[in-house]
Design a protein around this ligand. Structure first.
Ligand SMILES: [Fe+2]
Length: 333
């Protein structure tokens, strides 16, 4: 057993280029599919997906993200989702999302007849908030995924769901990333919220990573905020799913079943259990994106206990700690 001193904390990246090693550390193999995946027995789909995933394996910080020449069928799948979601955005998406989507349609090729390229979206985000995308083969551990956010870097898949079920995906795909996540990363408050999760996760204990990942779930994935009398979606899991977007935000008629709404409180949310394969029974409601961020900052400062403080140095794209920190040995690939 390794004996660790009081200041030894789990390994964390110190420079943005350290994230290069994460792309080899996906929890699944990227190209491997579960037997209940809609594309499981479609060998053409699996081969195509494996080819796209290769981009992620070889990508290094600073490089241009390889472009994918999406097929007609893939674009059709994207278009089917795009049209359905667009019908709901004016009513249920938050105002920041609607404004940015318009910009993405003008600048990055968003539309029902084209799957935008990660590289173009990443360049757009860099200009807005300094956020950037990186291709990834599949699911990362919560620690690695959150750590990357400290560097304003978002790991994004590039492959698309199976065409047999365009409105369903059991895992993140390019629709979830580009329709759900990417637009709000161009918003300063939302970018700040995302980076706060990252900074709080650096060197955090395993139990604190779970608490942060749970808060992330209830905000970045399934967050809503109050706008007047209405609830508006800002979480990617809602913005990329027309069914749950309506469930979470549509006003319920008298006697109609609906979700429970609780005020956004990270200390409460961090301990909350949630289902991952059905609509959320509970949503945490912030007053605004800035409010979601402020409350998370307060929570991180008071309740994520670490023997040091961190800050991000944007000029060198590195992490500064206010004292010497001993990191555990890196267990990467
Ligand atoms: Fe997501």
């Amino acid at each position: 057993m390794q004996v660790t001193g009081p200041r030894t904390v789990p390994w964390f990246p110190r420079h943005i280029s350290d994230l290069d090693s994460f792309s080899q550390k996906t929890l699944d193999a990227g190209a491997e599919l579960e037997s209940d995946h809609p594309g499981f027995s479609d060998m053409t789909y699996r081969t195509r997906r494996a080819a796209i995933v290769e981009n992620a394996g070889t990508y290094k910080f600073g490089q241009e993200i390889p472009r994918v020449d999406y097929s007609e069928d893939e674009i059709k799948t994207w278009g089917a989702v795009y049209r359905r979601l667009k019908e709901l955005f004016p009513k249920h998406a938050c105002k920041e999302y609607n404004q940015i989507l318009e910009l993405l349609e003008h600048n990055c090729g968003y539309g029902d007849d084209n799957i935008p390229q990660l590289e173009d979206v990443s360049q757009f985000l860099k200009k807005c908030t300094g956020f950037q995308l990186r291709p990834v083969a599949g699911l990362l551990s919560a620690r690695d995924f959150l750590n990357a956010l400290a560097f304003r870097t978002f790991f994004s898949t590039q492959y698309i769901r199976h065409h047999s079920m365009p409105l369903y995906t059991p895992e993140p795909d390019v629709v979830h990333e580009l329709m759900g996540h990417a637009p709000l990363l161009a918003d300063p408050d939302f970018a700040e919220l995302s980076q706060q999760y990252g900074l709080a996760s650096l060197g955090a204990s395993d139990s604190d990573i779970v608490r942060l990942a749970t808060c992330y779930w209830f905000t970045v994935e399934f967050g809503v905020y109050r706008q007047g009398e209405d609830y508006k979606a800002y979480g990617a899991g809602l913005l990329s799913s027309f069914g749950e977007m309506e469930w979470s935000c549509a006003k319920k008629a008298e006697g109609e079943k609906g979700p429970q709404y609780l005020p956004w409180n990270p200390a409460v949310a961090a301990e909350f259990e949630y289902p991952i394969t059905e609509y959320q029974p509970t949503y945490f409601v912030a007053d605004s994106l800035a409010d979601a961020t402020e409350k998370l900052k307060e929570f991180s400062e008071n309740q994520i206990v670490r023997p040091f403080r961190v800050s991000y140095l944007p000029y060198s794209q590195s992490i500064h700690t206010d004292r010497l920190v001993k990191r555990d040995t890196y267990e990467g690939a």
